[in-house]
Design a protein. Structure first.
Length: 258
């Protein structure tokens, strides 16, 4: 067995929303596999804390951080300028940044639902397009988009969130086909409820938690590290023939009929 198929040594990875929750776990996983990891987020203190923790756990690692908001067009360009300054090309782009405001469809103001699309899908599309030359220059590279089971079936997250994640999944399929000739693989993961700060609110309601667990065959909430493991696999050379896929990380939720 070629051990290099299961390593990311010498590779440069950009992770958006990398300072907390799933993004933080992804940054840790990619660092553990040997990648140089660039993390982007809006909270400077959280970014620095994440960077310090990763360097403490992996003393030989190279982790760099940038404060930026992927929703802002100018800052998206600044992110890619920063990446370009790091070296020759980019091997991995993980579009993890996302957000939501959950309410009934008729209760959204227009700017509220448009903001959900901006952060969940438009920013990912633009970052992927800006990063294309850097990714293509490597000859073999990977994009992983963090979607959601709400982009596949109805969950109680609000219509705009599900719509935006469905669009992200379709973007994954389209770019996978279009950019295959450039050596860029594009895949996605679709988590169900994962134990993060963002989900702590709804999951603190015992009745709601019971409903979630009843719909989850494995009978528990997922962990950020479990999503990160799926993301890392899709970045590894070992997955070199996989593109255009969306892997559910959901404890069986999507397969649970009546």
């Amino acid at each position: 067995m070629d051990p290099h198929r299961w390593r990311l040594d010498g590779q440069l990875a950009l992770v958006t929303g990398g300072s907390a929750g799933i993004g933080r776990a992804i940054a840790r996983e990619l660092t553990g596999f040997g990648a140089t990891v660039l993390i982007v987020g809006r909270n400077g203190d959280a970014l620095e804390s994440t960077r310090d923790e990763l360097l403490e756990e992996f003393p030989q690692a190279d982790v760099r951080a940038m404060i930026a908001d992927v929703v802002d067009e100018e800052q998206r360009r600044e992110i890619l300028d920063w990446v370009e300054d790091q070296g020759d090309g980019l091997d991995i782009l993980v579009n993890n940044a996302g957000g939501n405001l959950s309410r009934a469809a008729n209760d959204y103001a227009e700017d509220e639902w448009r903001e959900i699309f901006e952060v969940n899908v438009f920013s990912a599309f633009e970052l992927a397009r800006y990063a294309h030359p850097l990714l293509a220059s490597r000859g073999s590279s990977a994009i992983v988009n963090v979607g959601s089971v709400s982009g596949i079936t109805h969950v109680r997250s609000g219509a705009p969130y599900g719509m935006s994640k469905a669009a992200l999944h379709q973007m994954t399929r389209n770019l996978a086909v279009e950019w295959a000739e450039d050596g860029i693989r594009v895949n996605a993961v679709a988590p169900w409820y994962i134990r993060t700060r963002r989900t702590s609110g709804p999951l603190s309601d015992p009745d709601y938690l019971d409903d979630v667990l009843l719909r989850t065959p494995m009978g528990r909430i997922g962990e950020p590290e479990e999503v990160a493991a799926a993301v890392a696999f899709l970045c590894l050379p070992a997955s070199a023939y996989i593109t255009g896929e969306c892997i559910a990380v959901d404890g069986g939720f999507l397969r649970h009929g009546f």
